[in-house]
Ligand binder design. Sequence first.
Ligand code: NAD
Length: 247
Amino acid sequence: MRIIVFGACGRMGQQVIRLAEEGFRGASLHAGVDLGGNQSGFPCYQSPADVPEGADCIIDFSHHAATKSLLDYAIKAHLPVVLSTTGHTDSEKKLITEAAKEIPVFFSANMSMGVALLAELAKKTAALYPHANIEIVETHHNRKLDAPSGTALMIAEGIREILKKATFLCGRGGHGKRADEEIGIHAIRMGNIVGTHEVLVGTDAETITLKHEAHDRALFAEGAIAAAEFLCKQPAGLYKMQDMIKF
Ligand SMILES: NC(=O)c1ccc[n+]([C@@H]2O[C@H](COP(=O)([O-])OP(=O)(O)OC[C@H]3O[C@@H](n4cnc5c(N)ncnc54)[C@H](O)[C@@H]3O)[C@@H](O)[C@H]2O)c1
């Protein structure tokens, strides 16, 4: 699977290229595209129009402003696209939906396969234990600005798809019992921790703990390459992590 990496000179683009050079999941680097152009020790172009033919898939870790030119190129070249960039405007999201009618497009703001699996397992567990108490605990480094993490909220939203009456309580304090339908979401901030998410599902008789620990941002690059491998076998359409890990 020969990949074109958009944002090839950036932090995440470099992670994808390192993995492709190691042959991770059968990937290899076809070319990079970056505003920085060809100063990088691998074939890298400022414009996708200059990339030679022969690629199988595009992985994007650039900037959402690149969406239009990226999708125009992908449609013209009939290439599947893994969009890992975040921050798209509504009109860019519309372009993505339109493009997915013509080519396979994978779009996820969190490329961690493990986090997607955790969210899915949390939903399954909630469905099996609808009367349990559910609490989510997330731990991140002391530089993180938002709390709770977007991922913790995403996991809680997933559980609420199953337990429709669930309410979220971000941080517990004061005096009084927890409500039955409450999902407590707790944020710990310390040191240099990349990101840990734990979902506790407890009854009076047992507790189930589901936990994902991120050690390195490389997990997003690994997820993007796994998504590319999945996408190359799909017809045109819009795909997300949950489609890939369906069980
Ligand atoms: N989905 C995920 O799991 C996930 C994980 C990490 C980062 N991200 C997102 O990926 C993106 C890149 O993150 P990063 O940390 O590598 O950023 P970065 O700033 O280190 O790298 C971005 C690169 O893209 C290049 N670029 C910008 N506009 C471009 C364009 N129009 N065409 C081609 N190249 C262009 C820049 O020159 C730069 O080299 C961000 O949107 C970030 O939020 C997503």
